[in-house]
Design a binder for this molecule. Sequence first.
Ligand SMILES: Cc1cc2nc3c(=O)[nH]c(=O)nc-3n(C[C@H](O)[C@H](O)[C@H](O)COP(=O)(O)O)c2cc1C
Length: 153
Amino acid sequence: MRVPDHGALAPWRILAIAGDARLRLGEFVRQRGLEINPAQSEAAQTKDRERFTRAPLVLGVIASPVDRPGVPAIEQILSAGAVCFNLLQGAQALGFGAQWLTGWPCYDPAIKSHLGVREHEHVVGFIHIGTPTQNAPERPRPDPAAHFSIWQG
Ligand SMILES: Cc1cc2nc3c(=O)[nH]c(=O)nc-3n(C[C@H](O)[C@H](O)[C@H](O)COP(=O)(O)O)c2cc1C
């Protein structure tokens, strides 16, 4: 929670989802997916049911912006994003594997409500944490030069 935080508002909170709660949440997500799309495939249903079971601990990071003159919501949401990144770094520094995932359930009003996330709040990430069983595959990284320029005025 030691993150940049304009106004020291601590505009975020964390929900720990572990043990049987992971499958209970997945089952709720599966049923909700089926309600939205009655033709949902078996594969998609299985993915939804199991989406929180790939690691023993899932931390749901909730951005909870408040009305504060001079500190727009985007700054508060960015601060919550920094919490996510800190969790990744902290978990990895302790020897765990960690991954930041979202997916459609983060944006679904019924699932948000089931999690106790209020309308003005955002699920900015689920941080999945566990013991790695293999090395994470590497991927091409952005070319810094393509994302950097010196402003000349
Ligand atoms: C806000 C956010 C949400 C993400 N959600 C997903 C996701 O739902 N599924 C996914 O495969 N990767 C997602 N990612 C990307 C992964 O966190 C990660 O970057 C990717 O698996 C590649 O790993 P690497 O960045 O260590 O190479 C998300 C990243 C961010 C920042």
